[in-house]
Ligand binder design. Structure first.
Ligand code: NAI
Ligand code: X15
Length: 340
């Protein structure tokens, strides 16, 4: 069993911690929290071992939350650390991981040079095998890469033009906006998403533009892909249906929005309403000559969870690409096909 610890128990961290527990080849050492807030209380209730920075020991003790040690103690006990701390904090922790010669998985909010490789399981698993430091790309980039690498196996891609409608904040975030505006973010073109895709697919011709919308549920992407040869809509649909990390929203289901997708997740009793698959609207798939158009939604809180698990396996060389993806999908109940 590989000993994995989780540094930064927030939106992504709590989901990855949960996923680690479900893996047959991994054991969760514990989670790191900096303040004894409601998320720390929940973690205690869930039975996680909680590790804290040296200077937070007193405040945790005062709040009655039992701690298992310091963050350094947690790192020392681990074979590998998944760092899901806020943007830029992970890069600072890298020194500590290096000090104790521990492997680490970083997130998309870190600069690409924090790691030896930026990672998308479907696109470049093999490149990450045995690497000391891996960066799982952001939620938007993970969705772009999964989709692009899948379509590329139907027909070679010549170029991608992507429009990204970003959710403004995660549901738990009370201080973020906008609340009454659409914001070009970034206003410059291309947005950082295209550059981030190029950290994995270095030669791909891709341009992206992004706006932020006042919603918390999901992002939406509008893609225009030019292929080297014409493909049929049916070929694209059957490829998507056989790729578990993509799901199709059936035209007949009358679902046209992120709100309805999340409602389906609630109705199906999915943990935290999570839908880690890229959710593609079947009716948006349109081909014209060598061009393919499609629209999909991205559940930003959960999409990178399976990639984090695969990144651990790649770094520790625990399984081949297909084997890791198979185990991750089975344990996280990721089946593909139609959403409903
Ligand atoms: N929320 C999202 O939609 C997505 C976020 N990401 C990336 O994941 C990373 C984490 O993002 P979120 O989970 O959204 O952030 P978050 O703010 O929800 O969670 C971060 C957690 O780290 C803790 N933390 C802060 N400083 C710390 C420190 N010095 N030591 C230990 N823990 C500390 C915070 O208390 C918080 O619990 C970022 O790189 C982000 O870009 C990637 C995909 C999607
Ligand atoms: O961390 C994220 O969003 P956030 O920085 O707005 O909280 C998501 O990974 C989305 O990031 P992106 O839009 O830079 O791909």
């Amino acid at each position: 069993m590989i000993k994995v610890s989780l540094n930064g128990y927030g939106t992504i961290g709590k989901r990855v911690a949960n996923a680690i527990i479900l893996q047959p080849d991994m054991e969760l050492v514990g989670i790191a929290k900096t303040s004894p807030n409601y998320e720390a209380l929940v973690a205690q209730k869930l039975g996680y071992r909680i590790f804290v920075p040296e200077n937070s020991v007193k405040s945790f003790e005062e709040s009655g939350i039992k701690i298992a040690g310091t963050i350094e103690d947690m790192i020392k006990e681990s074979d590998i650390v998944v760092d899901t701390t806020p943007n830029g904090v992970g890069a600072k922790y890298k020194e500590t991981y290096q000090k104790f010669s521990k492997k680490a998985i970083f997130q998309g909010g870190e600069k690409a040079n924090v790691a030896e490789v930026s990672f998308s399981a479907l696109c470049n698993y093999d490149e990450a095998i045995n690497k000391q430091y891996i960066r799982v790309v952001s939620c938007n980039t993970t969705a772009l890469l999964r989709t692009i690498c899948t379509i590329n196996s139907v027909s070679k891609i010549e170029k991608v033009r992507a429009t990204i409608v970003r959710r403004a904040a995660d549901p738990k975030e009370v201080k973020k906006g906008p609340i009454n505006s659409l914001v070009a973010d970034p206003v410059s073109v291309p947005s950082h998403h295209a550059k981030d895709v190029n950290t994995v697919l270095k030669d791909l011709d891709i341009v992206s533009m992004a706006v932020i919308a006042p919603t918390t549920l999901m992002h939406v992407h509008l893609l225009n892909i030019t292929l080297k040869t014409a493909v049929s809509r049916e070929d694209v649909i059957s490829k998507i249906l056989e790729t578990p990390r993509l799901v199709l929203v059936r035209g007949k289901s009358e679902i046209t929005s992120t709100a309805e997708i999340i409602e389906v997740a609630r109705d199906l009793g999915k943990l935290r309403n999570d839908i880690p698959e890229v959710v593609i609207f079947e009716d948006s798939i349109y081909t014209k000559g060598n061009e393919l158009f499609l629209m999909y939604a991205v559940h930003q809180e959960s999409i990178v969870v399976p990639e984090n698990i695969d990144a651990i396996r790649a770094s520790m060389n625990l399984a081949s690409k297909n084997e890791s993806i198979r185990i991750t999908n089975a344990t996280l109940n990721i089946k593909g096909g139609y959403l409903i």
